[in-house]
Ligand binder design. Structure first.
Ligand SMILES: [Zn+2]
Length: 319
């Protein structure tokens, strides 16, 4: 039985996941900007131990999916914005010491990509791109069943492809990134800027709800959102032409509002690749997706034929 840990900005979830990707036990605790790492670690070990005892199973490995930048091969958390006291801590090492098992850590978008590829919408597809659209846009790339990593294990930032340089400035240094134009807050900001009162803040989910009821401005916001989602996805199809693109995240719960226009945008600009063979699918693992993803991180790193022996490449000495 694999222990799964999902480290998020507002909550810490743990669970037990079997070899078919089913969550057999789950529990969670709150986190926040004031929460300390050592209190969090104690919660993780406490909840996992308790759960294994109740289920009368042995934890044979642990997978972790975490928000924010991580160093997956070292098992270390990076500059996690939401959890300042957790920066540079190493939950993979600490859990390995406590439980005496192998532990693997990935960014949560990569964990989601691995889970959908193995147990979800991307089963039997060898080239998959997973995109999650919510308060930001993140993603993961699976090529030939393995997670794609950049130099030194770096996680590529799909949400920071530039879509329109005249767009809003972004924290990455550019303007008009996909995330700055198409994540939930961008949809809310545009809606507010166009509404006559100019003071009514609506979440992206609320705007989608209003659009379904026929609100004119909300429908325009949906159209604009679908246009930008489509451009970012079309770029990924031109660059990778994957077998499947899996769409996840809170905004994709409203995907039926966007899909037709996304497909039209892809058709209008991907004519040099067989774009019609790239399937667009919705994430299929439901509310337990993060725990399932965390468990899959362990399988990807350590189990069976699909496992990957990864060592940190030597420092690039350049020319
Ligand atoms: Zn950016």
């Amino acid at each position: 039985m694999i222990g799964a840990v999902d480290i998020g900005g507002t909550k810490l979830a743990v669970g037990l996941v079997d070899e078919a990707g089913r969550v057999v036990a789950r529990s969670e605790a709150a986190t926040g900007p004031d929460s300390t790492y050592f209190a969090g670690l104690e919660r993780m070990t406490g909840m996992l131990s308790q759960m294994a005892k109740s289920a009368r199973v042995e934890i044979t490995g642990i997978g972790i999916g975490s928000t924010g930048p991580v160093d997956p091969l070292a098992g270390e958390l990076g500059e996690v914005d939401f959890l300042p006291h957790w920066r540079r801590q190493n939950p993979a090492q600490d859990l390995a010491n406590f439980f005496g098992v192998k532990v693997a850590l990935e960014n949560d978008a990569d964990a989601g990509a691995l889970a959908e590829a193995a147990w979800g919408a991307g089963r039997d597809k060898s080239r998959l791109i997973y995109i999650t659209v919510g308060t930001g846009i993140g993603g993961g790339i699976i090529l030939d069943g393995k997670l794609y990593r950049g130099v030194g294990g770096a996680h590529p930032e799909l949400g920071h492809q530039v879509i329109d340089l005249s767009g809003p400035t972004c924290s990455c240094g550019f303007s008009g990134c996909w995330e700055a134009l198409a994540a939930g807050p961008a949809m809310s900001a545009w809606f507010r800027s166009q509404s006559p009162e100019n003071d009514s803040y609506r979440t992206a989910e609320q705007i989608c709800q209003m659009a379904r009821k026929g609100d004119q401005l909300a429908r325009q916001a949906v159209e604009r959102e679908a246009h930008y989602l489509g451009l970012g996805i079309a770029n990924l199809i031109n660059l990778f032409t994957p077998d499947i693109i899996v769409l996840a995240g809170s905004l994709m719960k409203s995907a039926p509002l966007f899909l037709e226009q996304i497909r039209a945008t892809i058709c209008s600009g991907c004519r040099f690749v067989p774009h019609e063979r790239t399937e667009l699918a919705l994430a299929s693992l439901g509310d337990d997706a993060n725990l399932i993803g965390a468990a899959r991180v362990w399988y990807h790193r350590f189990a069976g034929e699909g496992s990957v022996v990864e060592e940190r490449p030597e420092a690039n000495r350049g020319m």
